[in-house]
Design a protein around this ligand. Sequence first.
Ligand SMILES: [Zn+2]
Length: 485
Amino acid sequence: MEFEAVIGLEVHAQLLTKTKIFCSCKNEFGAPPNTNVCPVCLGMPGSLPVLNKKAVEYAVKAALALNCKINTYSLFARKHYFYPDLPKAYQITQYELPFAENGWVEIEKSDGTRKRIRIRRIHMEEDAGKTIHGEGLDPNSYVDLNRAGTPLIEIVSEPDISTPEEARLYMQKLRDILVWIGVNDGNLEEGSLRCDANVSIRPKGSKELGTRTEIKNVNSFRFIQKALEYEIKRQIEVVKGGGKVVQETRLFDSGKGITKTMRTKEEAEDYRYFPEPDLPPLIIDKEWLDSIKETLPELPDQVKERFVSDFSLTPYDASILVRDRDLAEFFEKAASSYEGEAKKVANLIISDLLGALNEEKLTISSSPVKPEQVSKLLTLVDKGVISLRVAKEEVIPEMVKSGKEPEAIVKEKGLVQISDEEALKEVIRKVLSQNEKAVKQYKEGNEKQKQKAVKYLIGQVMKETRGKANPKLLNELIPKVLEEV
Ligand SMILES: [Zn+2]
């Protein structure tokens, strides 16, 4: 019997507000433990929460970008559970009436097919603190409440995801969109985006859902795929062995690549949800909603389509450029100021500039190279002043190091392409004298071997001139000089 998996993801995303969701403590990562705290986020008796308006704006912005319907009226609720890093013993969240519902995102699989994953709901809530267990011989556990009260949105998908790859792509897509619109920093290692995955299996083609398990708190794209691959295999083995999958919460052990039972699953009743009495209903009226809509930028998928239609890029190149909003803007500026094909600009940025920036531990956002300079550099190539190879290998790295204009670098380093015939012939003669085998191959070989020999000799002349020889001229001159010797 063949099985298929049914997967739904719950993704928690921290919002990039300056302060926490219900108090004015700083919302930042990495401060000394328990320094960004106050009576509200410490859960002191008598303290009252006040909702951060910016957090609602960011949450709504995210929901709009994920094609959700925004509810004018929604409610906060208390979700009760005990944990050392949750001093109130309840979390303020949204339950029956979330602020956003019925959205979707589209993922593109490695085989090029697209799939729409529906989003059931998005709700706002506060993050808990962090429990840190002592390492090595340290038997203590520590509680850091800096994170308590960090604004979160929880994005709950429909069980539309069928493979671990789709789950990874979906999570990546969410990250790309949230970072693009500026509401999340996309830093998975710091926990800015975390994922719980619900997964069950059923006989292929069946409509019934099997018993699901939940994998908690995975904070890496690679791990979400790995954890699901393991868990699906495990469930299939249980069923094939005549057993039953138990509904439970499991943890992924990334070191061993396996999931382990954490606790048997609690039901919603166990949380004793009820409406939060300390907060009024959340009203998002049309006027406010419209003003938030105005702050929403053109989204990555729209920009990608535009790059393909306006700049004739391949969908693949366009998708690389829209992985980062600054990168997309950089490309667009460079391509708009360049008179040649935009494809050349995309190539230079993707295959050379990004690598050179990476070498210097820089990103496109901190790039000393300006978009117009990329266009100037390509114009130098088009005019035959320098070869493309010199542009890639010599000029770009120097531009990244010094931020100088391409013309200045070409002048200073003496990189001007050699287009003087006599000078080139001189170099060719020297190269021929050092490569008798290739000369012999040319003299005695058939057409194919001749071409091969010329190609090889072009490479040698390029080496000799450090890439400065004009390749077009070499193509003409090498056979000529070969006839002379
Ligand atoms: Zn506080």
